[in-house]
Design a protein around this ligand. Sequence first.
Ligand code: GLU
Length: 284
Amino acid sequence: MTPYRGRIAPSPTGYLHLGHAATFWIAQERARAAGGRLVLRVEDIDVARCKAEFRDALLEDLRWLGFSWDEGPDIGGAFAPYTQSERRAVYLRAWQQLRDAGWIYPCTCSRRDVLNAATAPHDDTDEPIYPGTCRAKRFEPAEFAEPAGVNWRFRVPPGQQMSFVDQRLGSQHSVAASDFGDFVVWRRDDVPAYQLAVVADDAAMQISDVVRGEDLLISTFRQLLLYEALRFPPPRFYHAALIRDEAGKRLAKRHAALSIRTLRESGATPDEIRARFRTPAPAS
Ligand code: GLU
């Protein structure tokens, strides 16, 4: 048995909110129950959307709420650095490996949705299926010493039946290229995509167990293809139920009233906030 290594991976694009904190709490509880370690990784590759002010607030709110981690940007650890904006070399190596093995191709289509590729695609922001316009064009890997200048897409094998056993939901199935298409692994403006960065980091940090929201299930299939292509052993996955508002919408940063900051400022204690992890949230 490999030792349990879990992680929480917030993106500092806003204040920590109740929805994310609830999922992180499950990640922490599962790591503790297994006698394992918990890693904090700051996912800030999309520098245009992330702010240092939110990063500091995030760490502060997590600690106030009762989180503690064994490795992270503030305390270091054997797999440092723990901040994605400092880990470009790791992503570049993965990109080179995929390029050399023919798993990815340069795409010159201009599509607005590519802009979203650097952040995790939660249910309302997932990328539409790419029609494959640039897939068959021939190119010489040697022409591309660096990824910048074009978008790089992963060649999703059409019709491949995929499955994995989720630690909460049981057997999960998907058909590649029909449920999701050739996804972006690197943006033309030289920003690695969430899918590539998260896989390269989870593998490099020897994460054994990924706990995250169930709205990322489709991304798990994309990531399983990357694990296979990069010959990394995949972790176990646990997709947590999401806290939703009364309208059934996933809690997100748009629910400003449910940010930990706001709840804190209105006098809520960590205990009271943690009690809300288990109950549906009222709409803000
Ligand atoms: N940084 C991502 C998010 O905030 C993490 C997703 C994941 O756990 O893979 O949604």
